[in-house]
Write a protein that binds this ligand. Structure first.
Ligand code: UDX
Ligand code: UDX
Length: 455
């Protein structure tokens, strides 16, 4: 059997590496039109940082895992073709700002139609609006080469930072297919690949539309929990309750459960906001404005939370941060990744720059040029925004420190040493609640966290 995956990104790369590792008899080719990205996958410096991934890639690469720009050749020879290209939010035209931009999906479908012959299984890995499989099917049906294609939906549920573990032991694998004998056969073939290492009872099969929709709904539910606890974090700050104590107390109820109740400066990442906006757009398209408004508020609270965090910094620093140095610790949207898509750090930095603060950012994995480009826009500069090589340099002389990403190394810093090098009063805002506020206050910091009672 041969597998080809179009799109060597955060999803395509790790997922294919795991399939190749677990199925040594299957040849797996990951193709991408971005030659630099493919070159990076073939080097010692992989294009994405993900704990444990280097090891998986090292074991399989060159054996049965190949990264190449030969899209046409691998489409021709593959039995199963995964589509894992990006599906950003549309920035133009109808549905701008909410609908998914499907131009890459369509262009890949056309490329497949152009080169594929015989019998193929096409697998949607990218997150897409319900009914996209219809579009792909129509394009494939018009290729005139006698191609017999079954389109399956197999959404990816891995989270960045824990991708390898999530792929090794997934809670479930979801495969949606057409409920016809050919559809069932294709679903069984793909299920057979995952069954090499995933217990059968964790492989769920559904119809195509249930599978496509489940990905959006899973992300909407996860994000909704974060917005729910974040909305309560504001109430905690106002009342003297402690949001971590509230989360712990409610999470012990087995009907609620403890996960995804960590109050934060706001969720980021390539999926949550995009998928909810996509969901609300779908609801409106199907004449369900009330449902759209309900889910839209999850994104609304998240935007508010990011603004609220920056506004609190300004307020506590005596309502002005003009010409004050603010250290931003962490820029990635969560720890253990170098991904900055939709990271709350961008909003926090922009809001502080708008108040004329001097913002100095440090992140262990995000390169300086990316921090500058994400915050200011490519090619733009602002002398108030700088990037430090380590946390101590970022904090030296700062009036305030804001923890925006929960990197483990921020828990181990020598805060007494940092405090000594800051003008007084020295402020610390923990946007992730990873530090011991009482200990920081003992050092002398004016320390506050999300959803924590004031001193
Ligand atoms: C994935 C999913 O596909 C997306 O729908 C989901 O919501 C988030 O995760 P991701 O792997 O994170 O996307 O995207 P990205 O890292 O941008 O990788 C996509 C790759 O596809 C890029 O390397 C891009 O060069 C490639 N691509 C895109 C092609 O090879 N051909 C195209 O036509 C378009
Ligand atoms: C998410 C889904 O978890 C995954 O199943 C899907 O395939 C892709 O989208 P990802 O965005 O990579 O994964 O990371 P996730 O761990 O879900 O975190 C998303 C954001 O929520 C991060 O900014 C994180 O810091 C934040 N978060 C998460 C919180 O603020 N509080 C929490 O309790 C959990």
């Amino acid at each position: 059997m041969k597998i080809c995956c179009i799109g060597a990104g955060y999803v395509g790369g790790p997922t294919m590496a795991m399939i190749a590792l677990k199925c040594p008899d299957i040849q797996v080719a990951v193709v991408d039109m971005n030659a630099a990205r493919i070159a990076a996958w073939n080097s010692d410096q992989l294009p994405i940082y993900e704990p444990g991934l280097d090891d998986v890639v090292r074991q399989a690469r060159g054996r049965n895992l190949h990264f190449t720009t030969d899209v046409a050749g691998n489409i021709k020879s593959a039995d199963i073709i995964f589509v894992a290209v990006n599906t950003p939010t549309k920035t133009y035209g109808v549905g701008a700002g909410r609908a998914a931009d499907l131009r890459y999906i369509e262009s890949v479908a056309r490329t497949i139609a152009q080169h594929a012959t015989g019998t193929k299984i096409i697998v949607e890995k990218s997150t897409i609006p319900v009914k996209t499989a219809d579009t792909i099917r129509s394009i494939l049906a018009s290729n005139g080469t006698g191609l017999k294609a079954q389109v399956l939906s197999n959404p990816e549920f891995l989270a960045e930072g824990t991708a390898v573990q999530d792929l090794l032991a997934p809670d479930r694998v979801l495969i949606g297919g057409e409920r016809t004998p050919e559809g069932d056969q294709a679903v069984a073939a793909l299920a057979g690949v995952y069954a090499r290492w995933v217990p059968r009872e964790r492989i769920i099969t559904t119809n195509l539309w249930s599978s496509e929709l489940s990905k959006l709904v899973a992300n909407a539910f996860l994000a909704q929990r974060i917005s729910s606890i974040n909305s309560i974090s504001a109430l905690c700050e106002a009342t003297g309750a402690d949001v971590d104590e509230v989360a712990n107390a409610i999470g012990k109820d087995s009907r609620i459960g403890p996960k995804f109740l960590k109050a934060s400066v706001g969720f980021g990442g390539s999926c949550f906001q995009k998928d909810i906006l996509n969901l609300t757009y779908l609801c409106e398209s199907f004449g369900l404005p009330e449902v759209a408004a309900y889910w839209g508020s999850v994104v609304g609270i998240n935007d508010w939370q990011k603004k609220r965090f920056a506004a609190r910094i300004v307020k506590e620093l005596f309502n002005t941060v003009a010409d004050k140095k603010i250290a931003i610790l962490g820029f990635a949207f969560k720890k253990d990744t170098n991904d900055t898509r939709e990271t709350a750090a961008i909003n926090v930095c922009r809001d502080l720059l708008a108040e004329h603060a001097s913002v100095c950012v440090y992140d262990p994995k995000v390169p300086a040029d990316e921090i500058l480009a994400d915050t200011l826009g490519k090619g733009h500069t602002n002398s108030r925004l700088t990037v430090a090589q380590d946390a101590y340099a970022a904090c030296a002389g700062a009036h305030a420190i804001a923890i925006v990403t929960e990197w483990d190394e921020f828990k181990k810093l020598d805060y007494a040493r940092i405090y000594a090098g800051m003008p007084k009063p020295a402020f610390l805002f923990d946007g992730r609640n990873i530090l011991d506020l009482a200990a920081l206050r003992k050092i002398g910091f004016k320390a506050s966290g999300i959803g924590k009672p004031a001193e």
